[in-house]
Ligand binder design. Structure first.
Ligand SMILES: *Cc1c(COP(=O)(O)O)cnc(C)c1O
Length: 378
């Protein structure tokens, strides 16, 4: 099998204009945070309806900054989902606060908003929902709960750039929203992320937290009054991100189209009747960051992945439930705590989906899945 026969589950699409633009930045004499970073932030701000947007080195540090801006730390609790990339709750631990998990709704695979209220205590400060695979969590319910209990919301929208909620872009309304530009995401800056700030946020502090907390005055004045870290985005990365942002709507439209092809092809082979759960059929709100199936328990996921791999098809696991990692078990979490997240997390499989994929690739995945499931007796 040649490498051309191998279908990855995702692949970034960097166009020649962006590559030429990066070369220009490299030759310009200014390669770290500078004019392109400012331009990328302005373009992002316009994309999110004029809200203040700051770029950072990752979509993890953005959440860390949001927590720090809110003064969340030791003794505070943050409610989040156990079915996410581990960054979501690691940032809560990193500031010394306590992640409080609420199980998912297996139909959407997002935090079950109906279960959040029972998890609120006098120590709860914020809700940190994740829009898994780009499907928005129930923001009506979450924002209403936050208002009623005087909590803040930090949306982990790492996977949800271009997703909408009642026709409005995720990030263009609400409290804090954090996005990632990791190469697997719908647009990339190689590594990077951005934070959309609410009107009451301390923008100056949010900036200073990117670079050692440094505050400059005049030509030669400098002060530091906070431990600021080092999480600025380079201009090389910002140039890549800016080039990608120009193509975001085109990318997401193609992702939606491919998702539609998957549904049609899977319906034709009766995948649901054979016990495989498909993602929610949302062709308007989701940006289709991932197309994930949940095969029935008798299918061993590793064997399924290997059989697909033997046919040149690469798949991914997003995600093992966070509370079952050693770090979290050591804090008292155990199997059985969040049964829906555990059942979904044990079986969920990410199929190939990226804008450069061809319709015939969908046919190929479908044929392979059909054949492999037959081998499993389905
Ligand atoms: C990618 C991702 C992150 C982290 O983003 P990085 O840019 O890799 O730091 C956080 N949460 C979720 C849900 C993600 O998918």
């Amino acid at each position: 099998m040649t490498s051309q026969d191998i279908l990855p589950f995702t692949r970034p699409d960097i166009d020649e204009d962006t590559i030429a633009g990066v070369v220009e930045v490299l030759r310009s004499g200014w390669i770290t945070t500078g004019p392109w970073c400012a331009r990328f932030e302005q373009a992002l701000s316009a994309y999110f309806g004029g809200r203040t947007v700051l770029a950072y080195a990752s979509g993890t540090v953005t959440m860390d900054v949001a927590l720090r801006l809110l003064g969340i730390g030791p003794g505070d609790e943050v409610i989040t989902t156990p079915l996410s990339w581990v960054a979501t709750s690691n940032v809560v631990l990193a500031v010394g606060a306590t992640p409080v998990f609420v199980d998912i709704d297996p139909a959407t695979r997002n935090i079950d908003a109906a279960r959040i209220e029972a998890a609120i205590t006098p120590r709860t400060r914020a809700i940190l929902p994740v829009h898994l695979a780009g499907l928005p969590a129930d923001l009506d319910a979450i924002d209403a709960l936050a208002a009623r209990h005087k909590l803040r919301v930090i949306e982990d929208a790492a996977q949800a750039i271009g997703s909408t909620w009642h026709g409005k872009r995720v990030g263009s309304f609400g409290d804090f929203a954090s996005f990632s530009f990791h190469p697997n995401k719908n647009i990339t800056s190689i590594e990077g992320g951005c934070l959309v700030l609410p009107p009451d946020a301390d923008v100056d502090l949010a900036r200073r937290l990117r670079l050692q907390g440094v505050q400059r005055s005049g030509l030669d004045g400098m002060d530091v009054d906070v431990v600021g870290g080092k999480s600025n985005l380079t201009d090389v990365a910002a140039r890549v991100g800016w080039g990608q942002l120009q193509r975001l709507e085109e990318f997401n439209a193609r992702r939606r189209e491919l998702a539609q092809h998957y549904f049609a092809a899977f319906d034709a082979i009766d995948l649901e009747a054979r016990g495989v759960q498909l993602p929610p059929r949302d062709l308007t709100q989701s940006n289709w960051h991932m197309f994930q199936i949940v095969p029935p328990p008798q299918v061993r996921r590793a064997a399924l992945m290997q059989a697909l791999k033997d046919r040149g098809i690469t798949t991914g696991v997003h995600y093992p439930p966070i509370h079952l990692f050693s770090l979290y078990r050591a804090r008292g979490f155990q199997p059985g705590d969040f049964p829906h997240a555990e059942a979904v997390g044990a079986a969920i499989l990410t199929l190939p989906l990226f804008p450069g994929m061809q319709n015939c690739d969908v046919t190929r995945v479908t044929a392979a899945l059909d054949a492999v499931l037959r081998q499993f007796g389905l």
